[in-house]
Design a protein. Structure first.
Length: 226
């Protein structure tokens, strides 16, 4: 994501503008001098520091490798980079970048997460009760996404939260734990989430909660929200 998704500079809904204007789809390919490894059946089948990174609108971010480095792994040629191929993520049991195991897709070098303590107001209501009403928040600015507020569980009606079995993973924040809102006979699944052990750049939101505005009523003092 980032360059080609959302409001990124190569995306369809770019927030800024290019000068001179550029029409049609753009593909950006650049050297990615990090050690990339692919493992199949416990064996390292690809180990290189010569990968390229391919930013193509409408497609997931991908690595491209010299065709003579991928061995028996299936590869799709990259028209814009002769001699290089993209290997399907599913072709390997595990992918690593500089020793860190990756999930779903490569981390984008242009993706940034900034967490800042703020006094922006956050009020959350659901099932006729107020879950949060505070100005003690942390705002998260994440590339290509609109800002989002997180709050300390001490400022939340914890008695109506129940941990759910849902989990998700973000290459920039880590594994998320989800929470249901249960009030009387009403239950709202996965209305909130938190990161118990986030990535280093997201440490300020460790254990904090954020709420899904499509499931509960969120009034947040951030651009485009109130």
């Amino acid at each position: 994501m980032s360059l080609v998704a959302g409001t990124g500079p190569l995306g369809r809904d770019r927030a800024g503008r290019l000068s001179p204007p550029v029409a049609g789809d753009l593909v950006y390919i650049e050297p990615h001098p990090r050690r990339i490894q692919a493992v199949v059946d416990g064996r390292t089948v690809l180990d290189t520091e010569g990968a390229l990174m391919v930013h193509r609108r409408g497609e997931a971010l991908s690595y491209a490798f010299a065709a003579d480095e991928v061995g028996d792994l299936p590869g799709t040629p990259v028209p814009e980079a002769p001699g290089y191929v993209v290997v399907s993520w599913a072709a390997a049991d595990a992918w690593f970048e500089e020793g860190r195991r990756l999930v779903h897709y490569p981390p984008n070098p242009y993706h940034r997460v900034d967490c800042r303590t703020t006094t922006r107001a956050l009020r959350v209501t659901a099932a006729g009760i107020t879950l949060v009403d505070t100005v003690d928040t942390v705002i998260v600015f994440e590339t290509s996404l609109r800002p989002r507020l997180y709050v300390d569980p001490a400022a939340v009606r914890a008695d109506v939260l129940r941990r759910s079995s849902t989990s998700s993973y973000c290459n920039y924040k880590g594994y998320a734990t989800y929470w249901d809102v249960v009030a009387g006979d009403e239950s709202i699944a996965d209305a909130a989430w938190s990161y118990e052990d986030p990535m280093p750049e997201s440490r300020p939101i460790t254990g904090l909660l954020s709420f899904d505005e499509t499931k509960v009523t969120v009034q947040a003092e951030i651009p485009g929200h109130m």
